[in-house]
Design a protein around this ligand. Sequence first.
Ligand code: SF4
Ligand code: SF4
Length: 92
Amino acid sequence: MTVKLHGRALSEPMAWTSTAEDSTAGSWRNQRPQLIEAKCTGCNVCWKFCPEPAIDIVGKKVAFDLNVCKGCGVCAEVCAPGAIEMVPEESA
Ligand code: SF4
Ligand code: SF4
């Protein structure tokens, strides 16, 4: 499967750029991912491409760690079934 982000093919998962210990993204993030459970297939693609250790998947259960999630939207971009929606922080 070819995963695309902003029109560019991504062949490899992104390198992690930080650790949970040195990231406090929750204080400045302006949008956050929200799972639409009925659409999730449990494929793990969002977990593979997330640049932070912000996604945990057990079976089909996807959980976002909002202490480290940057709100970059990569997970929503790579989710083929459209099971992740980015929502503004103020409405989340
Ligand atoms: S990429 Fe989408 S369908 Fe796959 S596990 Fe993540 S949320 Fe579920
Ligand atoms: S928006 Fe998605 S890809 Fe980006 S850091 Fe948060 S969980 Fe990871």
